[in-house]
Design a protein around this ligand. Structure first.
Ligand code: IPD
Length: 277
């Protein structure tokens, strides 16, 4: 048993907006200047930590018995059965360069906080630079700034706009480039926008038809996955695995099935299983 979903959505939104304000207002204007880029990385790291710290302090006040799993600070144990899964800045490279696609991603899950075992019940993805806020509550629908979202049936694959992302490990990227090379001629076009949580929300909003990425972490995935599901879309992995246990594929059901089949062929040698970024 957990508190009413609507209450958890309100908490998710309050927390994500507060952290979004901090991150957005605190970004020094010089942060993207090439000459300062190496030191700018430290600024971004510091802001990541400050944002997560604010999220943790706010959650400790509003929901003291809940657990927290964050990108920066690890796992705080709770007693309520609810875990908050938090990415204090998703899209850190965009943030570093002054590109607007970055967000604070906050989700409440019940069950063990791994993609294979959790049920995501409430979510907020707040992108302060574009002033867009996606929310979703399990059974309550998905919304962008209060407007209800609904995933439409996708066009045929050759007319799909496909989003993806890449992990930071070079060896992983070689494999990702091979998969991309095989997909690129088969779709309308490809976007790599740089924030997984926002990419998932764009699928729910109809701004991407499909999205796939290998190696997402729980905090990249949790909130956006609920937004897609509550908009009537599908988020899944390969070979019957859950999203996030290796590959994540999102979109309208029929087209997801087609993309899953292609990715299973491309990844014939890659068993599913959690893998680092
Ligand atoms: C990253 C972004 C990126 C995705 C990477 C993630 P971070 O998250 O979501 O789009 O391709 O896999 O790690 O590091 O900016 O929080």
């Amino acid at each position: 048993t957990h508190p009413p979903v609507a209450e958890l959505v309100a908490v998710a939104e309050q927390v994500a907006r507060a952290a979004g304000r901090l991150v957005h207002d605190g970004r020094p204007h010089t942060v993207g200047v090439a000459a300062t880029k190496s030191s700018a990385v430290d600024v971004v790291t510091a802001m990541d930590l400050a944002s997560e710290d604010l999220v943790r302090r706010t959650l400790a006040r509003l929901r003291p018995d809940d657990a927290v799993l964050g990108e920066e600070g690890g796992h705080r144990v709770g007693t309520s059965g609810v875990t908050w899964v938090v990415d204090p800045i998703d899209g850190t490279v965009n943030y570093l360069y002054g590109l607007p696609a970055y967000a604070v991603s906050v989700a409440a899950v019940v069950g063990e906080p791994t993609p294979a075992t959790w049920t995501v019940v409430a979510a907020c993805v707040h992108a302060p630079a574009t002033r867009e806020t996606w929310t979703a509550g399990r059974g309550l629908g998905a919304y962008l700034d209060g407007r209800r979202l609904s995933v439409l049936p996708a066009p045929s694959l050759d007319r799909c706009l496909l989003g993806t992302g890449f992990g930071y490990v070079a060896e992983r990227r070689r494999a990702q480039a091979r998969v991309l090379a095989s997909l690129l001629p088969r779709v309308r076009d490809v976007r790599r926008m740089g924030a997984a949580a926002i990419d998932l929300c764009q699928v729910a909003t109809g701004r991407l038809d499909l999205y796939y990425e290998r190696g997402l972490q729980p905090w990249d995935l949790a909130a956006g996955a609920l937004v897609v599901a509550e908009a009537g879309g599908v988020v899944t992995g390969l070979r019957g695995a859950s999203a996030g246990e290796g590959m994540t594929v999102a979109g309208a059901a029929q087209r997801v099935a087609e993309l899953v089949r292609i990715l299973e062929e491309e990844h014939a040698d890659a068993p599913e299983g959690p893998a680092p970024g």
